[in-house]
Design a protein around this ligand. Sequence first.
Ligand code: GLN
Length: 543
Amino acid sequence: MPTRFIFITGGVVSSLGKGIASSALGALLQASGYTVHLRKLDPYLNVDPGTMSPTQHGEVYVTDDGAETDLDLGNYERFTGVATRQSDNATTGRIYSTVIARERRGDYLGATVQVIPHITDAIKEFIQADLHGEDFCLCEIGGTVGDIESLPFLEAIRQMGNELGRERCLFIHLTLLPYIPSAGELKTKPTQHSVKELLSVGIQPDILLCRTDRPIPETERRKIGLFCNVPQERVIAALDVDTLHVVPINYHAQGFDDQVLHHFGLKRPSPPDLTRWAEIVARVREPEGEVTIAVVGKYTNLLDSYKSLGEALNHGGLANRVRVKVKWVDASLFETRDVTEHLEDVHGILVPGGFGERGSEGKIKAARFARERRIPYFGICFGLQMAVIEAARNLAGLPEASSTEFGPTTAPVVGLMTEWIKGNQLEIRKASGDLGGTMRLGAYPCHLRSGTKVHAIYGHDTISERHRHRYEVNTTYREILEKTGFVFCGLSPDGLLPEILEREDHPWFIGVQFHPELRSRPLDPHPLFCSFIKAALHQSRLV
Ligand code: GLN
C-alpha cells in the first residue's frame, strides 16, 4: 500500500500544540507497528527559519543533513525517533523560490505562472517527495486556518484529498474549546467557526481534536459533531497535560488512533504498546530527587528559543530519576551584578548556543564561576567558546582574548572558520558572505581521544553530532589552552577542528562545538546530558 497522508491543520488561535499533536499521533501509530514520517509546511516568506531571531520564532532546529528548520521538527524526532531531513520542512519562501527559479530557467514553456496550479503543484510535490514507503506521512500545516498566508497550502492539500482519494488522505483539525467561567461551560462556537472557515476552502475535517482544560461533556461533543458534520466519536479531547509524554497515552484512551485507523480501513492485530511512554510518565511524576541547573543565555525571555535544550535536560533527569529544575538566567544581568547571588545555589551551569556580543561577558563570568567553584559546567557551542576565552584571559595571561565574532582582536582564541571539509568537498567562507544557510551546518563526525571523560561518557571512538556555527576555537592557541588545563578531547577526523574540550582539573567541565540537545530523545536520552545531570546530582549532595 502506498503511503497514506494525514494532514493536521489548526484553528481558532495559534499555539494549540499542532506539533505535539502530530508527534504524539506519530508515536501512537508507531506503537501499533506502523512506520511514520512527519513533515511541516510553514506559511512565512523566509526561505528557512535560519535567519529568524530565536526570540521571534523559537529555536532553529538543525537536521543531520544540515537544514535549518522549524522547532516542531524537534518534537517529531523526540516523539518518533525518526530523523528529519531538509525535505521535511518547506516554507512559502522556499516553495516560491523553487517556482521562480524554474520560471527563470524557462521550465514553464511560456505559460503564465500562477498560484494555482504552479505554486500548489510545487506544494504537492514537496509533500510527496523523499518518502520511502512509510505507512503514514503526517503533514502539519503551520499557521491558523483563515490566515491569508496558508491558503495555497490548504488548496494543495484539498487537491490531494481529491486526487489520492479519502482512502489515502485524512484531515485532522485542531481547535480550541475555551471554558467560560461565568457560563460554566466549554464553548463550541469558535470550533464551529473554524470548521466553517475550513469548509469554505473545500476541506471537511474527518477528525476534530479539541484542545480543552477539562473533559468534553457528552452534550458538547454531540453538538460539535452535529454542527461540524463529524461523527461524535471523532470529536477527540486534547486535554491540557502535566507532561507532554502522557499525550500519546491520553490520545489512545480517547480512541484517537482507532478513529484514524478506522478511516483508512485498517485493523491492527493488538492494542499499541505504550509501556515505554508509561514508564517515562511515571518517572516524571515520581522523581527520586531534584537538581537545579542554571542556563545562562540571552534568549531567556522566550523559552521556545531553548526548546530542545530544555527537553534534553529533562531527558538527562529522567535517566537519573530526578527532576531538573532549570533556572533561566539572563547573561546580561552579570554586566551590573555579581554572578554569585544567581549561581551559588545551583548544581550545574550550562551556557547554551548563542550569537553576538551582547551578554557574552556575562557568560564568560558564569564559566569562570563554574571553573573556580568546581560546579559542573556544560558549554554548548557559544558556551564552549566563552569558556575558552575565559581560560585564556584568566589562566593564560591573555587579557585581550576574544572572538572575532565581536570584532577585531589581538588575541583571537575563537576565530571565523574559513574552510572545512564537508563529505569530500572543501567548503570556503568569507566574512562578507550571505548570512542565510552559510554556517557549518548539520552532522559531522568527531574522533574522541581515549582516556578522556567524553570518551568514557560516549563509549565510542567516533561520534556524529549536529552543528550550527561560524566560529571555532583557534588551534593556533592550542598549546596555550592546554597549559591552562584544557584537553582537546574531540577533533574532526582531519584533526583540524576542535569539537570538544574538557578540563582535566575539574570534576565535570565539558564544552562541545556542536548541539547534542538536538539528538536527545526521551526514549534515548543523550549521554552527555545524562552524565551532566549525574554530575549535578553529585554536586547537590556536596552542598
Ligand atoms: N556564534 C557562534 C558561532 O557562530 C556560536 C554559534 C552557536 O552557539 N550555535 O560560532
